[in-house]
Design a protein around this ligand. Structure first.
Ligand SMILES: [Cu+2]
Length: 481
C-alpha cells in the first residue's frame, strides 16, 4: 500500500469516527437547552408539578417496564433478596435482576468510585427525559434541591415532597424533614463546600463530594444520623429497617427526593468544573476502571454508552442550571505532581473510636521532614463490622484552642459511610464492587484527602452529634508527599 493510500485511509477513518460521534451526540443529546431550577423558585413550580404527574404514572407501571418508578429506582441498586415482594412479582433475589439494574457506583472497595459523578449525571439525565415525555411538559428540566445554598429557605423539603398522597411523598424519611423542619444540627457543617471547591485534582474532588455533601445528605434524609433511630417501614425491602429509603444504597433510588439531591450534586460538580480549580475527566481516567453505562430513553429503548460516548457527552449535556452553565472546563489535571509523591509515613494505630466527641492520632514522619505549604496526600483506612452512621470531620494540627470548623485551614475532609455495606453479587470483582476486608473479616474502607505538609501530623476526628455507632476502627494512616 502506498504512503498516500495509507494517509487517505487514516483521514477517512478519522472523519468516520467524528461523524459517528456527532451522530451519537445528536441522537442522544438534543439541540434544545433546558434549565434545571432551584425547586423553590417560582419558575420551577411547573416542573415540580410535571414531576409529580409523571411519577404518578411511573408508580402505576409494572416493574418490568423500564419507564416504571420501580425499574428506574432499581437501576441505581436493589436489595439482593426481597421476600414476598409486593411491588415487583418478578423480583425475589439478585438472580432475577433485569437489564441495567444494580449499577450505581457505591461500594466500599471504592475502585469504581471514579465513575460516581459521570454515571449519576447520565442516570439522572435519562430519568429527566422520561419525566419530560410522561408529564407532557415539553420544557421540563429536573429541579434541584439547593440545600448547599446560603439561604435558610433552601434547607427545607419542598411541600410537594411532604404531602401525603403526592407521588413525590415517601414516609420512610427522617421525620423532621417530612414535617417541614429545615436540615439542622451538625449536619449543616457537612454542607460547607470550602475545602471541596479548593481541590485541584479530579479524584480528590470526586471522592470528597461523594462523602459530603452527597453521602451526608443521603444519611440525613434516611435516618437523621440518629444511631438509635426509629425503625421505618421500608416498602422496598418489605420489612422494618433502621434506614429510610435514602439512607441505604439498595433503596435510595426509590425515594423521589433522590433525583433532586443528585441534580444538586451534579450542579456542584459543574460549578467546580467551571471554577479555576476545576479539572475535566479524560478518557484515560474513565477507561482505567471498566463500567457499564446502560440506561433507557423516553420510549423505553435501551441506550448503551461506551467510554468514548461517555466522554463525548458529559460536558455537552442539553441542560444548564439556573445559576450554572453545563460546559467543558478549561483545565487539565496536574497528574504528574500527584504521581510523584512517595510514602513518608505509614502508621497503623489499630484504634477503636471511643465515645468521646473527638478521637486523636499522631503520625510522625521518620526523617523529620519540614513543614511546608506543599500538599500531602492522606490515605486513611478504617474498618467496621456494622456500617457506622453519621459524619466525621478530620483535622490536622488544629491550633491550640482552635474552634473546629470545616472552613478552617486545618480541616482535611469528611468521612461518611453511605454505601459502605455494599457488594455486588453475581458480578465480576475485577471491575470493582467487591468488599475489601481485614484478615479478621472486618469491612475495610479507604478515604483519601489532601492537607498541608508537616513534620508530625496530629489528626483529630470530630464526630457529628458525638454518638458513635458500630465499631469503627482506624486501621492505618498513610502520608504521601
Ligand atoms: Cu447518591
Amino acid at each position: 500500500m502506498s504512503k498516500r493510500t495509507k494517509i487517505i485511509i487514516i483521514v477517512l477513518g478519522l472523519v468516520l469516527v467524528n461523524v459517528i460521534g456527532y451522530y451519537f451526540i445528536n441522537k442522544h443529546i438534543s439541540e434544545k437547552r433546558y434549565v434545571r431550577k432551584n425547586y423553590f423558585s417560582p419558575e420551577a413550580q411547573r416542573d415540580v408539578q410535571a414531576l409529580e404527574k409523571a411519577m404518578k404514572i411511573m408508580r402505576q407501571k409494572n416493574c418490568n417496564d423500564p419507564l416504571s418508578w420501580y425499574y428506574q429506582g432499581a437501576i441505581h441498586w436493589i436489595p439482593d433478596t426481597i421476600t414476598n415482594n409486593p411491588l415487583c412479582e418478578s423480583y425475589h433475589t439478585y438472580l432475577d435482576k433485569k437489564l441495567a439494574w444494580d449499577n450505581c457506583t457505591h461500594t466500599p472497595s471504592g475502585k469504581e468510585k471514579l465513575h460516581f459523578l459521570v454515571w449519576h449525571r447520565l442516570y439522572v439525565y435519562h430519568f429527566e427525559k422520561i419525566v419530560r415525555r410522561l408529564s407532557g411538559h415539553e420544557d421540563f428540566a429536573l429541579p434541584y434541591w439547593g440545600y448547599t445554598n446560603n439561604n435558610p429557605k433552601d434547607k427545607i423539603l419542598h411541600p410537594k415532597f411532604r404531602e401525603n398522597g403526592s407521588s413525590l411523598y415517601e414516609q420512610a424519611r427522617f421525620d423532621s424533614l417530612n414535617q417541614g423542619f429545615p436540615i439542622s444540627g451538625e449536619i449543616e457543617r457537612a454542607l460547607d463546600l470550602t475545602k471541596l471547591m479548593s481541590y485541584t485534582s479530579l479524584k480528590m474532588f470526586s471522592d470528597n463530594i461523594n462523602a459530603a455533601p452527597h453521602g451526608a445528605i443521603h444519611d440525613y434524609i434516611g435516618h437523621g444520623n440518629d444511631p438509635e433511630g426509629k425503625r421505618y417501614f421500608n416498602q422496598i425491602t418489605n420489612t422494618y429497617t433502621e434506614d429510610g429509603l435514602m439512607g441505604w444504597v439498595p433503596t435510595a433510588g426509590f425515594d423521589p427526593i433522590f433525583w433532586m439531591h443528585h441534580s444538586n450534586i451534579d450542579r456542584i460538580w459543574q460549578q467546580w468544573t467551571n471554577s479555576p480549580n476545576g479539572v475535566e475527566f479524560t478518557i484515560d481516567d474513565l477507561k482505567s476502571i471498566p463500567w457499564d453505562y446502560t440506561f433507557f430513553d423516553e420510549n423505553g429503548n435501551k441506550v448503551t454508552y461506551d467510554i468514548e460516548d461517555v466522554i463525548r457527552v458529559i460536558y455537552r449535556m442539553d441542560y444548564d442550571f439556573d445559576d450554572t452553565k453545563v460546559q467543558k472546563g478549561g483545565n487539565s489535571d496536574n497528574r504528574l505532581r500527584a504521581n510523584n509523591q512517595k510514602i513518608v509515613a505509614d502508621h497503623k494505630p489499630n484504634l477503636l473510636f471511643n465515645t468521646n466527641k473527638t478521637t486523636e492520632v499522631v503520625v510522625k514522619t521518620p526523617n523529620l521532614l519540614r513543614a511546608s505549604k506543599s500538599k500531602s496526600k492522606v490515605i486513611i483506612k478504617v474498618s467496621f463490622t456494622k456500617r457506622p452512621k453519621g459524619s466525621y470531620e478530620i483535622y490536622v494540627n488544629p491550633g491550640f484552642n482552635e474552634t473546629l470548623k470545616p472552613s478552617n485551614l486545618s480541616f482535611v475532609g469528611f468521612m461518611t459511610f453511605f454505601g459502605a455495606d455494599h457488594e455486588l453479587k453475581g458480578k465480576d470483582c475485577g471491575g470493582g464492587c467487591c468488599k475489601e476486608t481485614t484478615s479478621d473479616g472486618r469491612t475495610l474502607m479507604t478515604f483519601e484527602y489532601e492537607t498541608y505538609s508537616y513534620t508530625d501530623y496530629k489528626f483529630t476526628f470530630y464526630k457529628h452529634s458525638g454518638l458513635h455507632s458500630g465499631d469503627l476502627k482506624i486501621e492505618s494512616i498513610q502520608i504521601k508527599r
